[in-house]
Design a protein around this ligand. Structure first.
Ligand SMILES: Nc1ncnc2c1ncn2[C@@H]1O[C@H](COP(=O)(O)OP(=O)(O)OP(=O)(O)O)[C@@H](O)[C@H]1O
Ligand SMILES: CC(C)(CO)[C@@H](O)C(=O)[O-]
Ligand code: BAL
Length: 282
């Protein structure tokens, strides 16, 4: 596995691979890798001759300076995990390399970003779209791999790919979970023992909501109230939002739409750490 630190080096290597007729898979990450990331890399390695993994804690997508400062950074350990997973090249740029001067780009994804993460993290998807666009331009992947754990991010990137005519296939990979159901996440490393012990409740709340959605005997508002009530039993969990939305449009549901998949999405704070999770009910 080679390590590339500059945009020019990434561009030059991927151009060569393209000329050689190799399929390029890109897995964008912010590092502190876990099994969820590694499964994306392994999937890319099965489908592409070349796998580029980027690790970049992107400042423009953080609305909370402490969250940015405390985000786990483990480049050496990450590099050791990537090689055996099938990564060909690790792109590890500095902030100055990605943003030689402040970016003036502004993306507006309309209703897609007025809800959930977009509503609660102002500017977040502008930063995500900016850095993902730069990564797509620099590496020109045939396939780009994202996790469903960041459900709204997948919808925003799908819109980005369509609107800017990026010539690539977007792969949305299922959420990988710990044995107790907690969605794997780099921020899980920041949970202390009591917070880690209660963290599976987030997925349990979503499963409770899923059961109610499948029964269709109660309204979306009642599903939301039941899942939020379950989480409220644990005072150390501060629910930021729990949304029952149309899985395509991401707009909140006031009534069930037959034939439309439903996404149940939440964000919550435990012991000073903010986590997200979701379930899609078809
Ligand atoms: N548990 C998981 N299962 C599948 N994909 C995942 C999982 N966790 C993260 N990913 C995906 O990996 C890519 C990189 O994510 P990122 O580096 O932000 O990790 P993360 O674990 O989501 O961290 P955090 O949520 O704490 O920022 C994203 O496309 C993300 O959706
Ligand atoms: C896609 C991404 C790497 C952009 O910084 C980030 O949002 C993430 O890790 O999900
Ligand atoms: N995985 C999403 C990146 C973020 O929380 O900023």
């Amino acid at each position: 596995m080679e390590i590339l630190n500059t945009a020019a080096a990434l561009q030059a290597r991927t151009e060569t691979w393209r000329r050689e007729g190799k399929r390029i898979g890109l897995v964008p990450t912010m590092g502190a890798l876990h099994e969820g990331h590694l499964q994306l890399v392994r999937a890319a390695a099965q489908e592409c001759e070349v796998v580029v993994v980027s690790i970049f804690v992107n400042p423009t997508q953080f609305n909370n300076p402490d969250d940015f400062r405390l985000y786990p950074r483990l480049p050496e350990a990450d590099a050791a995990l990537l090689d055996p997973a099938g990564c060909t090249a690790l792109f590890l740029p500095s902030v100055e390399e990605m943003y030689p001067q402040p970016t003036v780009l502004r993306f507006d994804f309309g209703p897609l970003e007025r809800v959930m993460e977009g509503e609660h993290r102002p500017g977040h998807f502008n930063g995500v779209a900016t850095v993902v666009s730069k990564l797509f331009h620099l590496s020109r992947p045939h396939r780009a791999y994202f996790g469903q754990k960041d459900f709204q991010q997948v919808a925003v990137v799908r819109q980005l790919v369509q609107d800017l005519s990026f010539d690539l296939d977007l792969v949305a990979y299922p959420t990988i979970r710990e044995a107790d159901g907690l969605a794997m996440s780099s921020r899980n490393r920041r949970l202390d023992a009591p917070a880690r012990a209660m963290a599976p409740r987030l997925y349990q709340a979503l499963q409770l909501a899923e059961t109610l959605v499948c029964e269709k005997a109660v309204s979306p508002a009642e599903v939301k109230a039941a899942a939020a009530g379950f989480l409220a039993e644990e005072p150390a969990i501060a629910l930021e939002y729990l949304a029952v939305v149309d899985a395509q449009t991401l707009q909140p549901l006031t009534e069930w739409q037959p034939g439309h998949p439903v996404a149940l999405c939440l964000a919550a704070h435990l012991g000073g750490v903010r986590l997200i999770d979701n379930i899609v009910v078809n």
